[in-house]
Design a protein around this ligand. Structure first.
Ligand code: OOG
Ligand code: MG
Length: 264
């Protein structure tokens, strides 16, 4: 599939998404105005958005896999995984207070984060390649926040909107993913002291490293690679739970420890 949007339209849509995020004002999904927009168009807009944010001083730090679990695909009505980019401005410390004033309609999901020791690239990247190149893994939360009205979108719009990336929190203890079965970890997710979801890491395409391998293969299509030192969110394990100011969330991951955050 080839992109269909003109460079001018790509620029307009990237600016529109950037302003929606900066001004905390939701916009209609992009396909309402550009119904023939396809997934490659979505990535063209996303990569322009990445440049805009880097030019403004944000430091690229890694990438995120998205829509890799059955629970998430069912929740959003989308059957194909996607990727987005992460910048240092999106990172928050374990236990920190996250401002909801800068977010439209945040939702939290549990993920395994990878930190890469070596670069990894290519259209044939496998789970084993990812595990070999990894430095360590961490328990993580992703805070997603669609820039679209009502959190409603289709795949091309969501890809353009950087797969709803907003914030992420890493916690627990750094573990070597080659030393235990990362594909078979239980996760207990609580909001305000009540369990909201119990899930298993196999939800991510069978194994979190498969989520990262998918991401590397998509990066290859975009002429990018996963560089050494990058942080990667491997994809939501649980469904995403809405949060508002006053909420606190915590997740206990088998083997990896716990991660927590509160919203203010
Ligand atoms: C798209 C982002 C999904 C994941 O881990 O599946 C995502 C969305 O549902 O808004 O980050
Ligand atoms: Mg996610």
């Amino acid at each position: 599939m080839n992109p269909t949007l003109s460079p001018k339209d790509i620029e307009t849509l990237a600016r529109r998404l950037d302003e929606a995020q900066v001004n905390v004002r939701a916009i209609p999904k992009l396909t309402d105005e550009f119904p023939s927009m396809n997934v490659p168009d979505g990535y063209a807009v996303q990569s322009r958005l990445r440049r805009i944010r880097i030019e403004r001083g944000e430091r690229p730090i890694g990438w995120k896999a998205a829509l890799t679990s059955k629970a998430k695909m069912a929740q959003m009505g989308i059957k194909v995984p996607a990727i987005g980019f992460l910048t240092a401005a999106m990172a928050r410390c374990d236990g920190s207070a996250i401002s909801t004033e800068e977010l439209l309609h945040p939702r939290v999901e549990c993920e395994v984060a990878f930190v890469m020791r070596h670069k990894v690239s290519g259209r044939r990247c496998t789970r084993e390649d990812v595990l070999q190149a990894a430095d360590f893994v961490l328990a993580a939360f992703e805070v997603i926040d669609s820039r679209f009205d009502g959190f409603k979108f289709d795949l091309p719009s969501a890809v353009a909107d950087n797969a709803s990336a907003a914030r992420y929190v890493t916690g627990g203890v750094a573990c070597d993913p080659r030393e235990f079965d990362l594909g078979n970890l239980g996760v207990v997710f609580e909001k305000n002291g009540e369990i909201v979801s119990t899930a298993a890491s196999a939800a991510v395409l069978g194994h979190p490293a498969d989520g990262v391998a998918m991401l590397v293969r998509v990066l290859a299509e975009l002429d990018e690679e996963l560089s050494e030192g990058s942080v990667v969110l491997s994809g939501g394990i649980s469904e995403a739970i809405p949060v508002t100011a006053g909420d606190h969330v915590g997740a206990r991951f088998q083997h990896l420890g716990a991660v927590a955050a509160r919203f203010v």
